[in-house]
Design a protein around this ligand. Structure first.
Ligand SMILES: Cc1cc2nc3c(=O)[nH]c(=O)nc-3n(C[C@H](O)[C@H](O)[C@H](O)COP(=O)(O)OP(=O)(O)OC[C@H]3O[C@@H](n4cnc5c(N)ncnc54)[C@H](O)[C@@H]3O)c2cc1C
Length: 407
């Protein structure tokens, strides 16, 4: 039996991903992937077949990250097609996202510390030549250099490859993990403050203290189907990084708000671009998309996906609510709301990250004009986040109850 015998044959229509930043394109990808989301996914998901063949994973992360399609929709569609036992692995992966979001929501200081450390490293131009070689794909480690180019060129990497890349960055190249996380965040189409920052911490051994992820040449050889073999090039005996400070104790996640005014304006951000399913029963005077360039990746591919996704979310909201639509900068919102004469501007709850910070500032400015900013939290988040107090295992045990609406 060869090393690669357990891998299913690639499925042609799924191999290439159409990265069109619309809900329709996300739903089409979901529909095409559904037959593969069961046992085949569990069996094959760790293999990175290369950018020309993404048929063994959903590649839905850019759409899910912005809620062009929601976690509930994805899980619902998969469980309509497969029984839970078959789809358990895929469903768990979707809950990993909720886990990271909830974990950070309860410990916002972890992102603040990351931001401070990153700024200090950038100011000091720490390891700048070595970092430049890494992000330009000039380290001499063929797999790493190919992945750096793939990330910049396409805005996406397979999950296993993200783990190998981060591990090589930290333990073989010995570069500061925060600079690697920033490189990912700049370019990923699915750049997400929680999933990205916390995954890098996890690889480094800072999430589960003392447990780090070491990339091994044999594993890379096997799971890239022999495309790469960095034998002798990796530091496979590195120990985990150690934290400067203990992990903060979890604080309960903040609650969301609810609409009370009869007539409101809707403000869309990249945190949630499916306003059609927001809990809004009031008259909608107008919809706007808050344009914050770079908030979810500023590399060319990521910026293009962001702009398209905002436009798509806004167009659908406009059609659904029969309201006017505009794209506004942060300084336009107060005047826009004032001109509409609404008491409430309704937006989706933004988890810890740059959009939440923008909303905090906006809330204060709107309040000065007697307009309330209402942040609607999705029931999915309200239910999942409180289970992210410790490791993922604790949340994983709750998944059947969460799906049944009993947790
Ligand atoms: C260092 C590192 C950085 C990462 N940065 C991000 C990021 O910025 N944004 C992001 O969405 N994911 C991130 N991930 C998680 C994961 O790699 C991607 O979500 C996944 O590769 C997306 O591919 P997919 O859509 O084919 O996932 P599938 O395997 O098809 O899973 C389905 C969905 O579940 C979610 N998901 C799957 N695995 C994870 C995971 N480990 N953590 C969180 N959600 C997951 C995604 O929404 C994904 O679309 C990172 C992982 C690592 C190791």
């Amino acid at each position: 039996m060869s090393l690669f015998d357990t891998i299913d044959e690639p499925s042609a229509p799924l191999a290439t991903v159409d990265w069109t930043p619309t809900r329709a394109a996300g739903l089409a990808r979901l529909a095409a992937f559904l037959p593969h989301a069961g046992r085949a996914y569990a069996r094959n998901r760790n293999v990175d077949r290369g950018p020309g063949d993404r048929s063994n994973v959903s590649a839905l992360s850019p759409w899910i990250r912005r809620r062009l399609i929601t976690e509930e929709e994805v899980i619902g569609a998969v469980l309509a097609r497969h029984d839970f036992a078959a789809a358990e692995k895929f469903v768990q992966e979707v809950y990993w996202r909720g886990y990271w979001k909830g974990w950070l929501e309860m410990r916002p200081g972890v992102l603040a510390r990351f931001d401070d450390a990153l700024r200090a490293l950038e100011r000091a131009e720490a390891n700048s030549d070595a970092v430049r070689r890494a992000i330009e794909g000039r380290t001499g480690i063929a797999c790493f250099d190919a992945w750096a180019a793939e990330l910049v060129g396409t805005g996406w990497l397979h999950n296993h490859t993200r783990m190998w890349f981060a591990s090589i960055w930290i333990f073989t190249l010995r570069l500061p993990w925060q600079l690697g996380a920033a490189f990912f965040y700049r370019h990923l189409l699915d750049a997400d403050p929680a999933s990205n920052t916390l995954s890098w911490r996890w690889v480094a051994g800072l999430h589960t203290v003392g447990k780090h992820y070491v990339a091994r040449a044999a594993n890379i050889h096997q799971n890239t189907l022999g495309r790469f073999n960095p034998e002798g090039q990796l530091n496979e005996s590195a120990g985990p990084l150690t934290a400067d400070e203990p992990t903060p104790r979890p604080m309960p996640p903040p609650p969301g708000g609810s609409v009370s005014a009869p007539r409101v304006a809707l403000l869309l951000t990249e945190e949630d671009l499916h306003a059609e399913s927001w809990a809004v029963r009031a008259d909608v005077a107008a919809c706007a998309a808050l344009n914050l360039p770079g908030v979810a990746g500023e590399g060319i591919a990521a910026a293009r996906f962001s702009a398209g996704a905002l436009a798509d979310g806004l167009a659908r909201a406009q059609a659904h609510f029969g309201a006017t639509a505009s794209t506004l900068g942060r300084d336009d919102i107060v005047a826009w709301a004032g001109g509409l004469g609404v008491e409430e501007v309704v937006t989706a709850y933004a988890p810890v990250g740059p959009v939440a910070r923008e909303l905090d500032a906006l809330e204060a400015r709107l309040a000065a004009s007697r307009v309330r900013l209402v942040r609607l939290q999705r029931p999915f988040d309200t239910r999942v986040w409180p289970h992210a107090t410790a490791g993922f295992f604790k949340l994983r045990e709750k998944i059947p109850q969460l799906i049944a609406g009993r947790a």
